[in-house]
Design a protein around this ligand. Structure first.
Ligand code: AMP
Length: 420
């Protein structure tokens, strides 16, 4: 298989699928350009080799062409970071786009307008009236799947080689993230550097594991993490479950949780997880104490309490000092660490102490030689808040894609290139 380092792009036109789905403020200023910066090594290498690039991405979830979701908003930043004036095609399927792609010279770059302005990118009909019958929906789905082939073929026709550097959408079988690869032979499709690094990081954690392996899963709900928890129970030595899901476990054990967040229909599931952990010999670590608040607010009155004895009218919004100590001890003795999800409401400064303690312990373990992967959901925002992103082994740019890969699913964007 070709790699970014083995492939010489001289004289070649590369269609590079990136993930420039960046957050914009109300004046369309980029508020976080991490994703744009993450694609730069790939784009720069192609131009330095003497190739040219056709950049394709989505932005947001438009239902047809919408000024708000135009990739023109990110064009100046892309040009600035790349050090090249990037040209723009207003419509990725137009004759203008084809002509501009055909005219690209070595070292030049063209960005296409938001690929999702076409329903064919995702292969799902958009704008169907709510009154549409099942037959009409089925007919619309069939029609868009049919026209998707021509859309994909045309995108592919702009380039000699296909590079996928959009890890954030690797779990989607869309035209530009997966289907397009069929139009290139095995020597002319490859992963960009970002995609390659993301895959290496997950495979190192899941397949080339140094033990003890500890996963820290936080976040609000157990229901949204159940598949990944079950998968991790097959792999880890220690599983720290924290955040809002703590209280579903505590309630299932008969504890008193006050107003804490809880999923009443998942109490049985929580007990099953406990049994499964025992069966697999996994050390399941739950919080023992909490920082509690008398309302869901940064300015709430606070106190500390055992997780199973929270007074009525109060709710647990962070772990307490005893849990911090227990978690840190487990983490510091680990050789492989995966962190997904804050252990408290880290967005409130008064309830980010527990997540900070977890981050500090991960940094310390990393300094002692552990491999640490942080990603998915809010974990990245969390580690960035503490300014510690450069002190862990790898911070993933993927949300859903990362979690699905950890769950052991084959991602369409990866399979399209390497076959598995
Ligand atoms: P998730 O997207 O499932 O990873 O959930 C992340 C969210 O969980 C963050 O916004 C946290 O504020 C929230 N969270 C963490 N701990 C708690 C808690 N004890 N109570 C309520 N929400 C929490």
């Amino acid at each position: 298989m070709q790699t970014m380092d083995s492939f010489n792009f001289a004289g070649k036109k590369a269609f590079v699928r990136v993930d420039f789905n960046v957050p914009l403020d109300e004046n369309f200023n980029i508020t976080d350009d991490t994703r744009i910066r993450a694609a730069m090594p790939t784009l720069k290498k192609i131009l330095q080799d003497g190739g040219s690039v056709i950049i394709g991405s989505h932005l947001g979830r438009p239902k047809g062409p919408t000024a708000k979701y135009s990739l023109r908003h990110v064009l100046p930043r892309v040009s600035e970071l790349l050090g090249v004036d990037v040209d723009f095609a207003n419509d990725c399927m137009s004759d203008e786009a084809a002509a501009k792609a055909a005219a690209l010279k070595p070292g030049q770059a063209l960005m296409l307008e938001n690929l999702r302005f076409y329903a064919e990118e995702e292969g799902k009909p958009v704008g169907l009236p709510e009154t549409a019958t099942e037959e009409e929906i089925a007919a619309a789905k069939k029609a868009v799947k049919e026209s998707q082939k021509e859309f994909t073929r045309k995108l592919a026709s702009y380039a000699d080689v296909y590079v996928n550097d959009a890890f954030g959408t690797a779990h989607r079988a869309h035209a530009s993230t997966a289907l397009i690869a069929d139009y290139f032979d095995a020597d002319h499709k490859l992963f960009g550097y970002l995609m390659q690094n993301e895959i290496m990081a997950v495979e190192k954690v899941m397949n080339d594991t140094q033990r003890p392996f500890t996963a820290i899963m936080g976040g609000s709900k157990v229901s949204s993490k159940i598949d990944i928890i079950k998968k991790l129970l097959e792999k880890v030595d220690n599983l720290i479950l924290a955040g809002g899901m703590t209280y579903t476990f505590t309630k299932a054990f008969g504890g008193k949780i006050g107003n804490s967040i809880v999923e009443d229909d998942k109490l049985q599931l929580a007990l099953e997880i406990v049994d499964l952990a025992k069966e697999k010999g996994v050390n399941l670590v739950l919080a023992t104490d909490a920082k509690i608040a008398d309302s869901f607010s940064n300015d709430a009155k606070t106190a500390f309490a055992p997780v199973n004895d929270i007074p009525d009218g109060w709710e647990g919004l962070d772990i307490g000092p005893e849990s911090e100590k227990i978690f840190a001890e487990v983490i510091k003795n680990s050789k492989t660490i995966l962190w997904n999800g804050p252990v408290g409401v880290f967005e409130f400064d008064n309830f980010d102490h527990g997540s900070r303690a977890v981050a500090d312990a991960i940094v310390e373990a990393t300094k002692k030689g552990a491999y640490s992967l942080v990603g998915g959901g809010d974990s990245v925002a969390c580690i960035n808040k503490f300014g510690l992103a450069d002190q862990v082994s790898y911070v993933s740019t993927g949300g859903g894609a990362l979690l699905e890969m950890i769950e052991g699913k084959v991602l369409p964007g990866i399979k399209a290139i390497r076959g598995y």
